[in-house]
Design a protein around this ligand. Sequence first.
Ligand SMILES: C[S@@+](CC[C@H](N)C(=O)[O-])C[C@H]1O[C@@H](n2cnc3c(N)ncnc32)[C@H](O)[C@@H]1O
Length: 248
Amino acid sequence: MTISRIVTAETLDTLSEMDPDAQRARRDLRRVHRVMCTRSILCRAFKELVASHQLARPLKILELGAGDGTLMLGVAQVLKPPWLDVELTLLDRQSLIKTETIAKFADIGWKAGPHVTDALDWASTDDLILNDAKAKWDLIVVNLFLHHFEGVELASLLQAISMRTNLLFACEPKRAWIPLLGSHLIGAIGANKVTREDAVLSVRAGFRGAELSALWPSNFVEWRLKEYSTNLFSHCFSAERLKAINAN
Ligand SMILES: C[S@@+](CC[C@H](N)C(=O)[O-])C[C@H]1O[C@@H](n2cnc3c(N)ncnc32)[C@H](O)[C@@H]1O
């Protein structure tokens, strides 16, 4: 029996940056990533996606719903050279990126900066929408982000992403029984109440099968789509524009 997709507002999204429960929940997220092996999933996907395209440098990467940026910092620290000369924009509607985090990116040759805005506003900003002749980003990455959305909002995000990038990689919760069981047991890693509740909601709002591929807008461009489950808890989706456009 499959689990129906239900999208419910998560508690973390309703708390301010300074709320102690929110701060603790964001620290929990780092432990959750260790259990989910998120960093290695992202590193593997980045290497595969970027290696198969001849992209000019600097490589322009955007993360939507980037949180405090530490997940991507961990990815950058593993990739290191030859992944130099990267310009990374960390977009989130909350201001969560510490200056130390930006400095650590700089140590490994990544020029990182925050962009505090709502991703739905980003998606609907016409002046950023570029046509097929010029993509703005080489790679857009989302992690535990798309599952917050459904219907028109999800469609508008995917539309904006497809108009502005050569490559997308998404890593989302897998909507299945084992992840759901795992989400109920997340207290075992010391997660607080916010994380315990949000973990269950995230799995119920997660993805399975080819759900994201079915929603991907082609915009008359040829894309290579891959959608797969990996490890116990993650559901991944990648989209590659087959004729990459220089983002610079
Ligand atoms: C579960 S956290 C994931 C953070 C990070 N990607 C990670 O995996 O560690 C989801 C993030 O999406 C952000 N977010 C949720 N809705 C958003 C929106 N409409 N626009 C921008 N950011 C949003 C939240 O502030 C939060 O930082």
